[in-house]
Design a binder for this molecule. Structure first.
Ligand code: FES
Length: 75
């Protein structure tokens, strides 16, 4: 698990926001997946199933991945 990402990622108490409607995968589940080490939309799909049907959510998953990279310190 990437503790740095988990510590930097703030989880709100708002209701679940679905990233993938087809597979009913929430944004928090994608964040958990990234905290667990997923580095690509394919890895997120393999773990959660998100993006495995119509794939219209893949751009959102990529945006979440990009934001997670931006949160992590470099070097
Ligand atoms: S919305 Fe994610 S596969 Fe369709």
């Amino acid at each position: 698990m990437c503790l740095t990402y988990a510590m930097l990622h703030e989880r709100g108490s708002s209701p679940a926001m679905y990233v993938c409607v087809c597979r009913a995968v929430t944004e928090n589940e994608v964040h958990d997946c990234i905290a667990g080490g997923a580095k690509s939309a394919r890895q997120v799909r393999d773990i959660t199933g998100a993006g495995g049907d119509c794939a219209s959510c893949v751009r959102k998953i990529c945006a979440i991945l990009k934001r997670s990279e931006d949160l992590l310190p470099t070097a």
